[in-house]
Structures are given as C-alpha cells and as structure tokens.
Design a binder for this molecule. Structure first.
Ligand SMILES: *[C@@H]1O[C@H](CO)[C@@H](O)[C@H](O)[C@H]1NC(C)=O
Ligand SMILES: *[C@@H]1O[C@H](CO)[C@@H](O)[C@H](O)[C@H]1NC(C)=O
Ligand SMILES: *[C@@H]1O[C@H](CO)[C@@H](O)[C@H](O)[C@H]1NC(C)=O
Ligand SMILES: *[C@@H]1O[C@H](CO)[C@@H](O)[C@H](O)[C@H]1NC(C)=O
Length: 340
C-alpha cells in the first residue's frame, strides 16, 4: 500500500492519546566529521550529512548545552537542537569514478536533509497510546555496523532498510541490501534506532550497549523491553531520500550486473547502513510533545515551529576544507567500493 492510502486510513481511525512526531530537518552541513564515534578527529574517516542545531562540531562533550550553544536549527521544531547524521551515498560509474548522490527533502522548498520521526507506537497506529520516556541531555546513540557486508551482520539491527521508490509515496517493500534495479524516484534509507534504554547511561563505549531492542518482535509489534534495558523510549526513525534519478542510465552501471551505489565508507552492499543521534532538545520540550496527542502533522499543531525558509537559512560552513562533490577515483578518505 502507498503512504497516502495508509495515512488516510490511519487518520480515519481512533484519535491519538500521545504523539507521533514527523518533521523535516534541512541540511546543516556535509563533511568528514563524527563527534560521536571519532571525537576531535578532523577529518573523520568518511563523509557525513548532518542536520539539526548549529552547535555541531568536531568535539561535542556530553556536558555541552546544545540549545544554549546553538543560534539556530535546521529542524522545523525550533526547540530541537539535536544533531542527526548518516553517511552520504556515492554513485560508481562504469568507468570506475564516483560522484555524490544528492538528497531530496520530503517537503517542498527544504534543502536536502532528512525526515525525523519520534513514535510512541507503530507508524500507522493512529491510536498512539503508549507512554514513552524522552531522552535526557547528554544522551547519544549509534546504530549499525559500518563493516557489515552480509545480511546476517545487518539483521542484528533488525530494521535498517531501503525502499526503492517509484514515486514520492512508495514505502514498501523494504530491503536490507541496496536495491538492484533502478528506482524511478529515488532510494529511501530507513534507520530505526533501538527503543529500550538501560535507564542509567547516556552513552556507552560502542554508543550502542546502553540501548537494546525489545525482547522479541519490534517496537512496532510491541515486544517488551528486556529487564536489562527496561525504559521504553520513543522510536527514532530517519528517512533519508537519495535522489538517484540522474544515475538511472543503465549504460553507466557496472557491466557485471551489480548495482552502482556505495556508502561513503566504501560499502557497496548496503548492509553497512548506520546513523548517529545526539540529543539536544530544549528542556522538557521533547517529553512534553510526546505527551501531547498529535499524529504526523504535529509541526502545524505546535507553535514552537519555524518556517522552511528559516530552516534552510541555518547552515554551517564545513570546517574540513575538501571537495566532496567532484568525480573521484577514490572516495574522500581513500575508500573504494567493497562487497565483502
Ligand atoms: C567548534 O569548536 C572550535 C574549537 O573549540 C571553536 O573554535 C568553534 O567556534 C566551534 N564551532 C562552532 C560552530 O561551535
Ligand atoms: C566517468 O563516467 C561518468 C558518467 O558517464 C562521466 O560523467 C565522467 O566524466 C567519466 N569520467 C572519466 C574520467 O572518464
Ligand atoms: C542484490 O544482489 C545481491 C547480489 O546478488 C544480493 O546479495 C542482494 O540481496 C540483492 N539485493 C536485493 C535488495 O535483493
Ligand atoms: C513476546 O514476549 C511476550 C512476553 O514474553 C509475549 O507475551 C508475546 O506474545 C511475545 N511476542 C511475540 C511477537 O513473540
């Protein structure tokens, strides 16, 4: 089923008790920095696309007051100074050279960026009735394995997927690997973070161990949190739409029949899908929003939002001075396409 049909069905049903937020964040900056996994390293190994508050930097101590250190955010919720980032996608032409794939916003007028969700229950459950505990200042997490090259390796993350979009509303099916065919509209990368917190640690050495998946099933199927990680948080989901339209000429694709897209760290399978989240909402704004009945179109219902023009105006200059947009023989950082 398509997104609009599902949404129409959903909106016709039970009104929500709590919130499911869905909003856009424009691009803040695209460069090789990773304050979570490689703090202080300028440049970090591979290129990231980053959205959110403009206090983003090479180093971001957990004690950093992100709302106070930011002067703007690229997100439509003007109280959200969090940073959200993923790797960027490159196209590998038949002649072996690489070119960056642009991103597409899901709202008209916004520059690139991503769509962010904070869910209390499954995406199409308009009842949204489960209480969730919002993240605390200093909280951050990572999901995925940049070195994953097999289905088994990515499956432990349960829900890091791709949608081959034939138009803007395509949401199914999802695959764990890059699609092998041309996608008329683009490729959506879907990143769902784990949703059970240990209730104590704001971070952990691998940036993952303080979070866990439900004991069984998924967040959507309401699997219970394990006793080691009893606190149910919102489901954070990123939708990143890669505008592959200008790379759909099969005459430019590899001759061996493989698909041509590769993550900035060299992953040509798609199994290395990964993302980072550094919480930076003002005060109790996120918890307050999650407690307020509202589904999907919450920015419109909330006074603390800003215009698309204001989101787009919040941009940072890259502090890593290098070209990331040319035709390259190797990816920035020296990577080449890896299948295993
Ligand atoms: C990033 O950190 C550097 C070094 O501490 C500082 O000079 C710079 O102002 C910071 N940039 C932003 C946007 O906060
Ligand atoms: C490689 O192929 C791409 C796509 O056809 C083309 O734009 C680019 O100029 C080519 N580069 C070289 C070095 O031939
Ligand atoms: C694409 O092909 C590769 C290699 O045959 C395979 O491993 C992968 O699962 C395929 N991707 C999808 C989405 O089916
Ligand atoms: C998950 O576990 C709970 C409690 O152990 C059980 O009630 C439920 O049926 C299980 N759900 C699935 C999808 O296996």
């Amino acid at each position: 089923m398509q997104w609009h049909t599902l949404l129409a069905l959903a909106l016709a049903c039970t009104p929500p008790s709590v919130a499911l937020l869905r909003f856009q964040c424009s691009q803040l900056v695209t460069q090789r920095l990773d304050p979570l996994v490689e703090p202080g390293l300028i440049p970090s190994p591979h290129v990231h696309q980053i959205v959110g508050g403009n206090s983003f930097n090479a180093t971001m101590a957990p004690s950093k007051d992100m709302p106070a250190s930011s002067t703007c955010t690229t997100c439509s919720f003007s109280q959200d100074f969090s940073n959200y980032w993923t790797a960027v996608l490159y196209f590998r032409a038949r002649n072996g050279t690489y070119k960056r794939v642009p991103q597409m916003s899901q709202i008209s007028g916004a520059t690139g960026g991503i769509t962010v969700y904070y869910m209390s229950d499954a995406l199409y459950d308009t009842a949204q009735k489960s209480k969730v505990t919002a993240f605390k200042p200093g909280f951050r997490m990572f999901v995925g394995d940049i070195n994953a090259r097999t289905k088994a390796a990515v499956s432990r993350f349960r829900q890091l997927t791709y949608t081959c979009m034939s138009d803007a509303s395509t949401r199914a099916p999802e695959s764990l690997a890059f699609p092998n065919k041309t996608c008329a509209y683009g490729i959506m990368a879907n990143v769902r973070f784990p949703t059970c917190w240990d209730g104590v640690n704001l971070d952990s050495p691998d940036h993952m161990a303080h979070m866990a998946y439900p004991e069984n099933g998924t967040f959507e199927s309401q699997g219970p949190c394990p006793s080691t990680h009893p606190v149910r948080t919102p489901q954070v989901l990123f939708e990143v739409v890669w505008d592959t339209k200008s790379f759909n000429n099969k005459a430019d694709w590899p001759t061996d029949g493989t698909q041509p897209f590769v993550w900035a760290n060299g992953d040509a399978t798609g199994y290395g899908n990964h993302a980072d989240y550094v919480f930076g909402w003002q005060g109790t704004a996120l918890q307050d929003l999650m407690n307020t009945p509202c589904v999907v179109n919450c920015p419109a219902a909330n006074p603390k939002t800003q215009s698309t023009a204001a989101m787009n105006k919040c941009i940072q200059n890259a502090i890593v001075g290098e070209d990331i947009n040319g035709w390259f023989k190797t990816l920035p950082g020296g990577y080449t396409a890896q299948y295993s």
